[in-house]
Write a protein that binds this ligand. Structure first.
Ligand code: SAM
Length: 267
């Protein structure tokens, strides 16, 4: 019988805790932690990854956790590392990231899978200091995030990441690495942001253009856009952006989306 507090995992919060030590050490190796690194972890859970982050030479770790029921597993960490660890209780989807001091430079986390997309959008919007993400996500989510043009998995956040930097899968992780085991495969993604187009996630016209463009994937892009803004002469705009009249949203390269956005900007 393992010692320690009793805890019943909440499925609704994606509480599948990592138990495979080899996977853990591979994540740490992929994160390539250095003394200047200020880290943000979303969802420390029972602290298995948090403890490894704190055992690295990194300068500081911020962890944001929603479930107060996990406090008994995490309570010793602020006492052990008063100078280089801060535990923040709250919803990562609503968290005030600009208030974090020191400002995080890297995100290293085993994310709650049910909120991967809105969480990554929020981090990209509010945490411009972070230029690297090493994050465990559901395998299908990882595939969407790296999907190239003309693939079914292509979607707005993936297009945005392609423009902002580079995303790649650096580790595949089976369900058996977690307790309880999820029904899905997982993957660790490395996202490196180049610093270009860092304003895009905060640009509501960009977000809406992609959202509406991808709204009904089987329809032509021009039809989706006409439904959104019938006042805009989309055929001309697509032509200006070098995009064919019959194109579907998934076919566009990231630079074609940027060109299309450019045609919408006020003169
Ligand atoms: N890092 C731990 C590990 O690797 O074992 C736990 C990872 S578990 C997949 C996801 C964690 O995120 C859980 O601890 C869960 O309570 C937390 N979580 C879920 N939704 C959250 C939210 N909106 N804000 C902050 N934490 C959240």
């Amino acid at each position: 019988m393992p010692d320690g507090p009793r805890f019943y995992q909440k499925k609704s919060l994606g509480q599948n805790f990592l138990t495979d030590r080899r996977v853990l050490s591979r994540i740490i190796a992929r994160a390539d932690l250095a003394p200047e690194d200020v880290l943000l972890e979303i969802g420390p859970g029972q602290g298995v990854l948090t403890r490894e982050l704190l055992a690295s030479p990194c300068a500081f770790v911020h962890s944001v956790e929603i479930d107060r029921g996990l406090e008994p597993f995490l309570a010793d960490l602020p006492l052990r590392h008063p100078e280089r660890f801060a535990l923040h209780w709250g919803d990562a989807l609503l968290f005030d990231y600009p208030s974090l001091d020191p400002a995080p430079l890297k995100v290293v986390a085993n994310l709650p899978y049910n909120v991967t997309t809105p969480l990554l959008w929020r981090l990209l919007e509010l945490l411009p200091t972070a230029s690297e993400y090493i994050v465990m996500v559901q395998k299908e989510a990882a595939e969407r995030l790296i999907a190239p043009p003309r693939t079914k998995a292509r979607y707005p956040l993936g297009v945005t990441l392609e423009i902002m930097g580079h995303a790649q899968i650096v580790l595949s992780v089976p369900p058996s690495a977690f307790r309880p085991s999820p029904k899905v495969d997982s993957a660790v993604l490395r996202i490196t942001l180049s610093g270009s187009h860092s304003h895009l996630p905060r640009n509501m016209l960009w977000r809406e253009l992609l959202r509406r463009g991808f709204a009904q994937r089987r329809k032509k892009l021009s039809n989706n856009l006409k439904n959104w803004r019938p006042d805009i002469p989309w055929s001309e705009r697509l032509q200006e952006g070098g995009i064919g009249e019959n194109a579907r949203a998934e076919e566009l390269s990231a630079s074609q989306w940027i060109a299309l956005l450019g045609t919408l900007k006020p003169e």
